[in-house]
Design a protein around this ligand. Structure first.
Ligand SMILES: N=c1c2ncn([C@@H]3O[C@H](COP(=O)(O)OP(=O)(O)OP(=O)(O)O)[C@@H](O)[C@H]3O)c2ncn1[C@@H]1O[C@H](COP(=O)(O)O)[C@@H](O)[C@H]1O
Length: 107
């Protein structure tokens, strides 16, 4: 799974030097941060609507658009999907510690 994210991150990095006329991603970078944020807002809204409609196929489609545009934002910010995974792993570790502490309290 994270291999797909890494490959896409590499492509997004390479688009920083690409011609906006020949690349959707290069065009978004050229439009700037607000354009990327607008796309994230739109795709998040479309994901919410698909879920409210109970249309699972559409949820998947819109969420792929949402993840993709979040990946574009990460790249634009000089971040990598591994940074997000590391944050999730850190939280998992934290919740593991809380669980351990709760178990200790209940003994
Ligand atoms: N995964 C994606 C991907 N998902 C969605 N999109 C684009 O995101 C846009 C989604 O926005 P909308 O649904 O609103 O469609 P739209 O009306 O065309 O969008 P706007 O022009 O209004 O922004 C579409 O243009 C899709 O083509 C993507 N474009 C590119 N990729 C990946 O990014 C790589 C680099 O793309 P290029 O920069 O185009 O070479 C590709 O090889 C793909 O792997």
């Amino acid at each position: 799974m994270s291999e797909i994210l890494s490959r896409l991150a590499e492509t997004l990095e390479s688009r920083k030097n690409a011609d906006p006329a020949s690349s959707y991603v290069a065009k978004l970078y050229a439009k700037g941060l607000d354009a990327i944020l607008k796309k994230i807002g739109e795709e998040a809204t479309e994901t919410v609507i698909a879920a409210k409609d109970g249309d699972k196929a559409q949820v998947l489609y819109e969420m792929a658009d949402l993840w993709f545009h979040c990946m574009v934002l990460l790249a634009q910010q000089g971040l990598h999907p591994d940074d997000v995974l590391a944050e999730l792993a850190r939280r998992e570790g934290l919740s593991g510690l809380v669980e351990k502490a709760n178990r200790r309290d209940n003994v």
